[in-house]
Design a protein around this ligand. Sequence first.
Ligand code: URA
Length: 238
Amino acid sequence: MIKKINTKFIKLIKYYSLINHNLIYENEAINRYKINSNLAIKSSKSGELQALKRLIDSIKNCELKKNSTNIVFSDGNPNAKIMIVGEGPGANEDLEGVPFIGRTGELLDKMLSSINLDRDNVYITNVVNYRPPENRNPTEEEIARYLPYLNKHIEIINPKILILLGSAALNAITGVNQVISNVRGKWIDKKIGRCCTSVIASFHPAFLMRQPDQKKMSWIDLKMIRKKILELKINIGK
Ligand code: URA
């Protein structure tokens, strides 16, 4: 008799966990489809990022990779609508495997914070993912070799605003040799794979450390970014 009741009780529990409790008691359905689809988007993004990182990590015969300690893939929030592309890792970044963490990174953080941004609402990567020896600039061949990975990276993140810091990032993305001072302070609409984004180029923080008088121009660009964030109604979560 007791065994029969127990079996019935267990069946009842199973039944209630199968049906929508809210529908019965609150007259309101749980939107399971929406919750699951959000999770699906996020997990597919992180899966794509992991796959891309593995792909870059499997590069063969690369001088940059041979001479470096770690791959420097990215930092920040993969769901951010603002993406920043720098040039390539320096010594600190190479040791830690994280972009922009040395003195250059400190200046970048200050620049971001001046327009209410930080690494929780931006996503950061570089043109090349391994440190160029002696902090030299990446060569044109190296930039070309890493460009398909960078394009894929941008496509996965799908930012509404893409900030190119320095001429390596500018030239990689536009495919034209230009100097930052001639193209900074302008928005360009660009399609990279499936991603349609507003692009702005500005001075690299390492350049600003060498030429502090250019910080006033950089500030103009930062204010343009702040304005664009408002125009595009980007939620920076603050
Ligand atoms: N400079 C860059 O361009 N990227 C880094 O990650 C660090 C310094």
